[in-house]
Ligand binder design. Structure first.
Ligand SMILES: Nc1nc2c(ncn2[C@@H]2O[C@H](COP(=O)(O)OP(=O)(O)O)[C@@H](O)[C@H]2O)c(=O)[nH]1
Ligand SMILES: [Mg+2]
Length: 323
């Protein structure tokens, strides 16, 4: 064993372990993706043919609305139905060692001994190569590992979150009573991304009013591809409404699976990913390593001092790189 483990592991072998659901191999793969380890691309290449079966649910909303609690309850429901689950918690408000994530970890420890559920928090700060891409690649790893459901928790509706939502098969927006005014301001963004609205903390005063507000907002909005977003009331801490939520998710899945709109969304998503990767790689070729960075600096100085125009500078950079 000692000799074997001292040998560098091939991407093929690593991928095989992930496909078999090996928890340690999965954890190492996610770390490799996060750090953009040299092997990560090779590994993802190996894993890709085994992906595409997982159902990815995005859960977004303001901090403190109960997303982690809800995701935890949803995961428990899916586990009860014998489905395996992966959870990715993305929290831009706290670094990896932050209180919120630590809280999440402790709370989610109810599943600690359960290997069919895999939980990973990712910090946004220090995430190389972009949060949305990183999250998407982690989702690929969990997908290849055979997770039936992948739950992604994100905060708010910033650009990163919207990019993550583009990846999701179904998006849940979590609201809580007492944020009526926020709804007005978030209206457009929310309408665009939510397949299901959850009114969490329905044990609090104002749940009726909030639900009415959301319903009223939905009345005015055009249906998206024949789907009218549902509004589900929950008390995540008491597991109330969670079964109804799984039902709404199942209904949406049935509605969108195999639909042309869904297929077009996937193509659009991958087109963006391909362009992103092309940009990265072309940039890398045009400005290779330290020497490239030095040439770029030199060009920038020349342009700033008006000794060269930016158009010629780019042409020169491309020519020097043999492109
Ligand atoms: N009263 C009430 N509290 C809740 C409910 N859901 C979550 N909470 C509490 O709200 C706080 C924030 O929950 P958390 O899941 O961490 O929110 P997140 O920041 O959106 O992930 C915690 O103290 C939860 O126990 C609910 O339905 N009712
Ligand atoms: Mg949370």
């Amino acid at each position: 064993m000692g000799v074997a483990s001292a040998m560098p592991e091939t991407a093929e072998h690593w991928a095989e372990k992930i496909r078999a659901g090996d928890v340690r191999a999965i954890a190492r793969a996610i770390t490799a993706v996060e750090n953009q380890n040299a092997l990560a691309d090779d590994l993802l290449k190996q894993l890709f043919p085994a992906t595409g079966a997982a159902y990815l649910i995005g859960c977004t909303g303001a901090p403190g609305t109960g997303k982690s609690t809800l995701v935890d309850r949803l995961a428990a429901r899916y586990r009860t139905a014998e489905h395996s689950v992966g959870i990715i918690a993305v929290d831009p408000t706290s670094p990896f060692t932050g209180g919120a994530i630590l809280g999440d970890r402790i709370r989610m420890q109810g599943h600690a001994g359960d290997s069919a559920i895999f939980i990973r928090s990712v910090a946004t700060r220090g995430f190389l190569g972009g949060l949305a891409r990183g999250t998407a690649d982690i989702a690929l790893v969990l997908d290849a590992a055979g997770k039936h459901y992948i739950l992604v928790e994100t905060v708010g509706v910033g650009q990163d979150e919207v990019d993550i939502v583009r990846l999701a098969d179904c998006t849940i927006v979590v609201l809580v009573p007492g944020m009526g005014d926020d709804i007005q301001s978030m209206k457009a963004g929310l309408m665009e991304i939510a397949d299901i609205f959850v009114v969490n903390k329905s044990d609090r005063e104002g749940a009726d009013r909030l639900e009415q507000q959301v319903q009223a907002m939905l009345e005015l909005a055009p249906e998206r591809n024949g789907w009218k977003p549902r509004v589900i009331r929950t008390v995540a801490t008491e597991d109330r409404g969670v079964l109804e939520l799984t039902q709404a998710i199942a209904d949406f899945r049935k509605h969108s699976d195999g639909s042309p709109a869904r297929a077009a969304k996937k193509v659009e998503y991958w087109k963006r990913r391909l362009v992103e990767r092309l940009e990265q790689q072309l940039l890398h070729r045009a400005i290779p390593g330290r020497e490239g960075a030095r040439r770029l600096d030199a060009c920038a100085i020349e342009v700033a001092e008006r000794r060269k125009d930016p158009f010629t500078a780019v042409q020169d950079l491309l020519r020097d790189a043999g492109l």
